[in-house]
Design a protein around this ligand. Sequence first.
Ligand code: ZN
Length: 281
Amino acid sequence: MSEKVIRLFKLSFKGDSLRVGGEREGSTLYQLKYKVKAREVPVIPNSSWKGVFKRISEEISKGKGMGTALSHDNDDHPKELRGNKEADERVTRILERVRETIDNERNEVNGTQLKGVDIDDEVWTIVRSNVPAAEITWGDLEELTARAVYYYMCPVERLYGSKLFASSISFSDSLVEGNVSFQPHVVLDRTFGAQKEKHLFEEEVVEPSIISLKVVLRPEGDVQLWKYTLRYVEKMGIAVGGSKSRGLGHLTLDVEESKVGEVDGVDVKWDGLTKFLWSKS
Ligand SMILES: [Zn+2]
């Protein structure tokens, strides 16, 4: 299977009630809605999807020690957590090439000068485009290069983007058709020791029919990590929105109804998701 291909995913989810969005008015929590043809329709926004999928991918890539994922922390690779041999060697190699090319021993390098330095490494292209035009210290360049290498070799950043380059996966919004109702909740107030007061709040929830999510995966992304992530979701489901502890928002992936397509010019070759999930490559 060629890895230089753009893949589209049509994922189909089923689930019980959910509430996405935290608009509160008085003692009511509202479900987020978009206006579609003068009608208010509940929605799971792409940012929610990206957030929940990313957290799963982070766990998996750390668990499997993929690339530099072990030092992935809070959307970054802080200095004190680094220590991947392959990555450190790559940093050194790039910086040595820069030293050779610009041929000076000063502690400062000029951003404009660096624009003219060509190194046969994709990471250098990223570093170069993030260097300011003005003078920067050699230390700054070292740090920028190290961050770029660690981000680039981390399957999480490769998929979901980093401070230095864009993401290679995009999620759609999902309009959710289904019954909308208000669920009452009782809160026990223990401020005075005993259960003194009961406050009531209510939550607007939607009971979804089928939820459909479209995903675009560009070739720069880590296909393997995305595959692992979908396998996990197939097995464990995925939780979106608020009040998960009260059992809201748990969705299951309907693999039989889900599809994957490979973009070939203007055509898309569609196939079942199962084959993609369990193929060897
Ligand atoms: Zn990372």
